[in-house]
Design a protein around this ligand. Structure first.
Ligand code: ATP
Length: 426
């Protein structure tokens, strides 16, 4: 895991938050390659679940919401973890994450007490009672409070869903494991509304969505042998859920949740006093809801663990990220064989501009020798490198090198963009 974390920093994927001031626990910044990867995941999700479907509406609700939302949803009173403190070193821990002694110094622990995980803040210029609000701990409530707006403007028939991607904040007692447990993160959530089910009718929707989640995870490049369903039972089940399955990924530190999947019944709409009028049956009722909830940061981390590879090529050790082309931050890199030959550089620039018109992002690199450039692209997972050499000047062909095999192929410049497009869309 240390190797992955150090690569992400060295190559501009993820930096520790506020680093020059000593950092801030549970906060990480995404660098130029990290944001490309993050956007690949978010855009793929949005296309798959919103744009390519007719039954899901996308929204982007405000992070700041009226405090009454969190009272109604049960978060103000119930969104807490139980906390213990070491009597000796005063470090604090989530009691379900540790045994009966302090993991840092072996000291005795206090009794458990409940700790609400919502960040509080004050709205407006005066710190008076009533001005306190929360940073949202999940995006879901932004969807529920817009349920009536969606009905009034689009008149959707059940079943239908509302999707949102956005930041969520939780004052985690012990942020840890890189971007796995952080205090500021991003979620991609769908609330899928169904008619109030007779008996177990909801199970078919539940099974359908579970399958959709698994398909998505494999499409972005997670191997199904590393993905596990774990039903959440007993006291671990959230206050709103009748059935929850956590979808876990086999991280190097342990198997843990990347997607939460819950049948939330009619809990939330009922709590907000919202309902649905069925024009066909002339009935008024409260829909039930199935919720797949994806954590963007945990997906990024899982994907980095999945694609991180080490091997030997040409007698040298190398690290490469075996991203599927759809997730690779940079799709193609273009190099002149030699930096100090103006003809090669000029031709490379032309080829670079030509590819860039149809494929983005493409990187131009003329720094260091060609072997080093290949290694640099391998480390960030660029699937194809195009090199312009002396033969290019004679016959308008270039070499294309495949990241995973290191093999090179000569292709005509005229056919290059199509060749790359096919290879990347594969
Ligand atoms: P955990 O049990 O690990 O604290 P949770 O069950 O509280 O997680 P959910 O409320 O189901 O998590 O949130 C849905 C998704 O949001 C999670 O599957 C995860 O991907 C993401 N998520 C939740 N909390 C965090 C966090 N502190 N840091 C990063 N991602 C998070």
């Amino acid at each position: 895991m240390e190797k992955i974390i150090s690569l992400t920093k060295r190559r501009g994927f993820i930096y520790p938050g506020s680093e020059i001031y000593g950092g801030l626990a549970g906060a990480w910044d995404y660098g130029p390659l990290g944001i490309l990867l993050k956007n690949n995941i978010k855009n793929y999700w949005w296309n798959r679940f919103v744009l390519k479907r007719d039954d899901i509406y996308g929204i982007d609700a405000a992070i700041l919401m009226n405090a009454k939302v969190w009272e109604a949803s049960g978060h103000a009173s119930g969104f807490s973890d139980s906390l213990v403190e070491c009597k000796k070193c005063h470090h604090r821990f989530r009691s379900d994450h540790i045994k009966d002694k302090c993991p840092d110094c072996g000291g005795n622990l206090t009794e458990e007490k409940q700790f609400n995980m919502m960040f509080k803040t004050i709205i407006g210029p005066v710190e008076e009672t009533g001005a306190q609000i929360y940073l949202r701990p999940e995006t879901a409530q932004g969807i529920f409070v817009n349920f009536k707006n969606i009905i009034d403007t689009f008149h959707p028939k059940l079943p239908f869903g509302v999707a949102q991607i956005g930041k969520a904040f939780r004052n985690e007692i012990t942020p840890k494991d890189f971007v796995f447990r952080v205090r500021e993160f991003e979620q991609m959530e769908i609330e899928y509304f169904i008619k109030p089910p007779k008996k177990n009718e909801w199970e078919k929707d539940f099974d359908y969505w579970l399958k959709q989640i698994h398909e998505f995870l494999e499409e972005i490049g997670l191997n199904k042998k590393n993905i596990y369903d774990r039903e959440v039972l007993g006291k671990d089940l959230s206050h709103y859920s009748k059935k929850t399955i956590d979808i876990d990924y086999n991280f190097p530190f342990k198997k843990d949740e990347i997607v939460g999947f819950a049948y939330r019944t009619d809990f939330d709409l009922k709590a907000h006093g919202l309902d649905y009028y069925d024009e066909e049956t002339k009935e008024r009722f409260i829909p039930h809801v199935i919720e797949p909830s994806f954590g963007v940061d945990r997906l990024i981390f899982a994907l980095l663990c999945e694609v991180f590879e080490e091997d030997e090529m040409g007698g040298e050790k190398r690290i490469f990220l075996k991203f599927k082309p759809n997730m690779a931050p940079i799709k193609v890199a273009v190099f002149p064989l030699l930096k100090n030959k103006p003809d090669l550089v000029k031709k490379s620039r032309e080829v670079y501009e030509m590819i860039k018109k149809e494929i983005q992002p493409v990187m131009f690199d003329d720094n260091g020798n060609i072997g080093k450039r290949y290694r640099r692209q391998d480390e960030i997972g660029t699937p194809y490198c195009v090199t312009i050499d002396f033969e290019t000047l004679d016959n308008n062909t270039v070499t294309i090198r495949d990241r995973d095999t290191g093999q090179q192929e000569r292709v005509k410049i005229l056919e290059l963009t199509n060749f790359l497009k096919n290879a990347i869309l594969e």
